[in-house]
Design a protein around this ligand. Sequence first.
Ligand code: ADP
Length: 426
Amino acid sequence: MRSMTTNERIDHLERLLEVVRGLTTAPDLEAFLQTVINEATELTDSELSSILEYDEAAEELRFLAMHWFQRDLLRPVGVPLDGSAAGWVYRRGQPLIIQDVRVDQRHFKVVDRVTKHITHSLVAVPLMVRGEVVGVLEALNKKDNAHYTEEDLTILETLAALAAQAIQNVALQRKVRATAIELAELERLKTDFIAIASHELRTPLGLILGHATFLREMTGEEYGEQLDMIIRNATKLKTIVENLSDVDNIQNGAARLRNQTVSLRKIIDEVVDTFQDEANSKNITLGSEGGGSPFHLDADGFKLSIALSNLVKNALQFTDSGGHVTIRVEEDDGYYKVTVTDDGIGIPARDLPRVFERFFQVETHLTRRYGGMGLGLAVAKAMIELHGGRIWAESEEGRGSKFTFLLPTGQSQHSPAAPGPFVEPS
Ligand code: ADP
């Protein structure tokens, strides 16, 4: 047996390297596998080679890649796991060399009959993906009646590893695509559910509140405590339902701005007033800064007030006794910039990018004790973006949080920031 020269070896390695490169550059799996079998044939001095893959439904091997002239003949052929060399390799996950098929019964003769080709010798290796055999690469008929060598086997094993990698890449891509479709579908279901639930809950809740309020007025103090409890909790539910439908309306584009000239200063003062009692009862200092100018803009004051209230509500909720919550407003290059700063528990860095998502809450045992639905910030974001503004959060765990939103003043040459995904300004 003639052994390879150094030059031949280098040539083989270079060609194998070229196949490796094809893993990322080949246009598709078929083209890549074609390269693999061409190189398998040439580098092992064989007449033919092919790649078979296991077909779970048919419980047999099928040809996945072959030389073009055999394509139509081989495509329909199934190779059984019993009574074939490829099946033997597939089952055991081990390579096989048969130097003379006449004395080895493992060769499957149907293929020869179909292709009118006579197999004399073969070498076959398994295609492994993470320890599992997914197919077989085989080369047939070493030229000049020579015997297959260990080197041929090594070359084939290298090519088989590359083919298996390519097959796995495609399978993973398919999985990623399928998962993306599934996620989109789940998102749609979630949106539908929110829309239906908030719509269906609104009417009965309105009735409960209306009748409970009526009874409260009629019965005086007799059942006052119980009725107050019903009214308080029904009002809480109403806020939740309103939050849900706010997010839904904004997402499906049904939300409309009722714009008029409003004063940001006034909105801030009103929000501070609304929350002053709650802040006092928690021993938190709540106040605003930024001077007395009115900060006029054309906007839906009600929606801005909801956005700001949600930020202040959170700041108070996540700040301990003795803490500070400060609202600040200033004009900044065509924008009004409003910040709500607290020195409370803060938000872990890993959760910060997600706090504006619907239903997101920082879930550690630390924050579990706080109520809420994880909607406040989603609503605030939606309201600010409806106005062509942006909102973001900065925070450090244990030190406090700062929520900022920008609203175009409408007086500048700058185009307003497009509503879009949350982007942290650098
Ligand atoms: P919720 O209505 O549950 O408060 P939000 O959407 O308003 O939902 O907020 C989402 C989560 O972000 C909260 O559950 C909380 O974990 C975190 N968070 C929001 N604001 C603050 C803040 N000022 N300090 C600390 N954590 C906050």
